[in-house]
Design a protein around this ligand. Structure first.
Ligand code: URA
Length: 197
């Protein structure tokens, strides 16, 4: 089976998932998207409102910022990387589904096998974790993103670069945020690493 076929099988096996309570409020299951042969995989936290509506990761405001980092900054087409989240359904604070919240431990525990399989199938050269939940999960660390962004870690022999989550940048000045410079410095390390291997 090709990587594409393996991802399709995984999607079919998991898209009707009812392993946790998020299935009761989701509009769409957000599996992930991009190239099955991607060298770089970006991992976020969980879908937000727009992602839940459309069924694709990072399509809202923070998605626009992420796409800018990939396409304008890294000069790579968004379609050539793979983008996913640790949790595939949108967590909200109540059943009306108006306000997002971070995924809870049991939701991450129930869902993470899907991300783990995605990584196993795609075998990227570098994983870029976006923000605290993704970084803590992938690197199995308690250290916060302000301390460890920009420092390569490792997940099953794959290099991992933790960077700030785009929504954190949006909450801290947006396009003019000084954090953008940090993100760019961290991303440059990824590009250098990919050139060297
Ligand atoms: N934030 C995330 O972490 N993931 C998305 O897909 C969208 C926003």
């Amino acid at each position: 089976m090709t990587k594409k076929e393996k991802l399709e099988v995984l999607y079919e096996e998991t898209c009707d998932c009812m392993n946790c309570k998020l299935c009761t409020t989701r509009k769409n299951y957000v599996f992930g998207e991009g190239s099955p042969d991607a060298k770089i995989m970006f991992i976020g936290e969980a879908p937000g409102r727009e992602e839940d509506e459309i069924g694709k990761p990072f399509v809202g405001r923070s998605g626009k910022l992420l796409t800018g980092i990939i396409e304008k900054g890294m000069q790579i087409k968004r379609d050539d990387v793979y983008i996913s989240n640790i949790v595939k359904c949108r967590p909200t604070i109540n059943l009306e589904g108006k306000t997002d919240r971070a995924p809870e431990k049991d939701e991450i525990n129930n869902c993470c096998f899907i991300l783990e399989k995605q990584i196993e199938i795609i075998k990227p050269k570098v994983i870029v974790t976006l923000g605290n939940p993704a970084t803590k999960f992938i690197l199995n660390t308690k250290q916060g993103i302000t301390k460890i962004h920009g420092i390569f870690g490792e997940y099953k022999n794959i290099k991992v670069m933790p960077i700030y989550h785009p929504s954190y940048i949006l909450r801290n000045g947006g396009e003019k945020s000084p954090l953008k410079k940090d993100v760019w410095e961290d991303i440059k390390k990824v590009l250098t690493y990919l050139k060297e291997i």
